[in-house]
Design a protein around this ligand. Structure first.
Ligand code: SAM
Length: 231
């Protein structure tokens, strides 16, 4: 029987899943996450879903190799569209862009529920995902960062609370990251600021008015970072 080992990125995603919850892993691909969660007693059973047949077959093979055929239901599905409503407690969407993750969530109204936990790991545009969550009545509970040496990743958990929390634009970029006082998080924030500063320089050179708003955003982010880390 195969025993799944997760890399650091997927381990940080797994650590945000609630103990005992039925999990739907959307965009499962290899199916490692759902099988690991069941093998390690975090989840009693779950769902693995993917948009494409090839990745879903990969997941099926992993499920069979792990002997978990009776514990994982497989769905060929665009996001959560083909899944039973209220079919899971925790919805994991990892390894996709933040824009796509937001789009997938927006199409499944049953996840707008206080009892459902969203666990997302956006590869790009996490700020779009955070903005979507906040503006649609979710609150971000926790964020984690991880690295494979080359890339730095963030993962977050969120829950529907029914009302939009007040925040400024810098929150869409920082989320709950400043609660973490570790080197990987600091590196993640440095990289994000570096990207914004590069964009700022390019906009300023081309004399596009937008650069003033971006400068304000960068300064807001820097201020919050220095307040949080006292530097
Ligand atoms: C890069 S893989 C990530 C696999 C795994 N979740 C991880 O984090 O390692 C992205 C997967 O998402 C699937 N995918 C893309 N768009 C999707 C959608 N709208 N609904 C479901 N799955 C989707 C792709 O087919 C692919 O298997």
């Amino acid at each position: 029987m195969t025993k799944i080992k997760l890399d650091l990125r997927l381990s940080s995603v797994a650590s945000l899943v609630r103990n005992g919850s039925v999990v739907a892993d959307i965009g499962t691909d290899h199916g490692y996450l759902i099988c690991w969660l069941i093998q390690n007693g975090i989840s009693p059973h779950g769902i693995a879903a993917d948009l494409r047949k090839g990745p879903l077959e990969n997941a099926r093979n992993t499920v069979v190799e792990c002997g978990l055929d009776d514990k994982v239901e497989l769905y060929l599905s665009d996001g959560l569209k083909e899944l039973p409503e209220n079919g899971a407690d925790d919805i994991v969407i990892a390894g996709m862009g933040g824009i796509l993750i937001a789009e997938i969530l927006s199409q499944a109204k049953w996840v707008f529920d206080k009892n459902v936990r969203i666990v997302a790991q956006p590869m790009t545009h996490p700020e779009v995902l955070r903005e979507f969550l906040i503006k649609n009545g979710f609150k971000i509970i926790e964020e984690k960062t991880s690295t494979d040496g080359k890339h730095v990743y963030c993962a977050l958990s969120a829950e529907f609370c029914g009302s939009e929390s007040e925040c400024d634009e810098s929150y869409y970029y920082l989320g709950e990251l400043l609660k973490n006082d570790d080197d990987i998080t600091k590196k993640y924030i440095d990289k994000m600021l570096f990207t914004l500063e590069k964009k700022y320089i390019a906009l300023k050179k081309s004399d596009i008015d937008d650069y003033i708003g971006l400068e304000k955003l960068i300064n807001e982010i820097k201020l919050k970072v220095s307040e949080a880390y006292n530097d």
